[in-house]
Ligand binder design. Sequence first.
Ligand code: ADP
Ligand code: ADP
Length: 227
Amino acid sequence: SRGIRIKGVSKVYSGTARPAVDDVSLDIADGEFMTLLGPSGSGKTTILSMLAGFVSVSAGSIEIDGREVSRLKPHKRDLGVVFQQYALFPHMSVARNVAFPLQQRKMSKPDIAAKVAETLELVHLGDYADRLPGQLSGGQQQRVALARAVVYEPRALLMDEPLGALDRKLRDQLQREIARMHRELGMTFIFVTHDQHEALTLSDRIAVFNEGRIEQVGAPAELYERP
Ligand code: ADP
Ligand code: ADP
């Protein structure tokens, strides 16, 4: 069975009483653009962190293509991750930042060069390969982060408020970029936001979070345009 399956997952952080995530189940289909929408503190980041393996699950299971992954180390899960703060390597050029995951995977030099060039074209940064991150705008830096997260063709791309640090105009622009990347790559995208407009614009389906639980799941039209 293909896809990502979250089954009865809960998280209680140590030293806290109330679960941050409380018995959440969600199936994400292959190639789907799924958005986790909800107010601050509703458990979205915790779900993403458990998917990525940065945070352990307290109960329940996470399956990727039928394989239980909740005990696997982050790098064994084959997921790309982009957070609000881009966390690029500041002393490395754009190209070297994007090449880094491929070098870790011991890809050959010619293959790395080709893949880096192709991925920089995908995010429209072909002319910026030799710049340092500090010489780029916030939106461009976030595009480098996106390129670095998808360059090794992970099973899915996880994004936590990736546009949160950008002004309105850049946000709209990058939203369109992300939608286009999703179409071109055909990869599963899981996107966290508290912005309903953003969720409606981007998503195939939206899971609406409140107080650690999912209240509703559906396509934008099902959730917000009922007569
Ligand atoms: P969201 O992403 O929707 O803003 P979070 O998943 O970050 O929500 O947080 C859900 C709840 O878990 C909040 O009440 C938050 O305070 C709490 N929480 C998040 N991270 C930790 C942590 N490391 N330790 C203790 N509590 C945490
Ligand atoms: P190394 O770490 O092998 O000394 P570099 O630091 O110059 O090599 O670059 C790391 C990787 O980034 C290289 O494997 C190369 O494929 C890629 N790279 C560097 N510059 C560019 C560029 N202008 N365009 C595309 N890829 C590049």
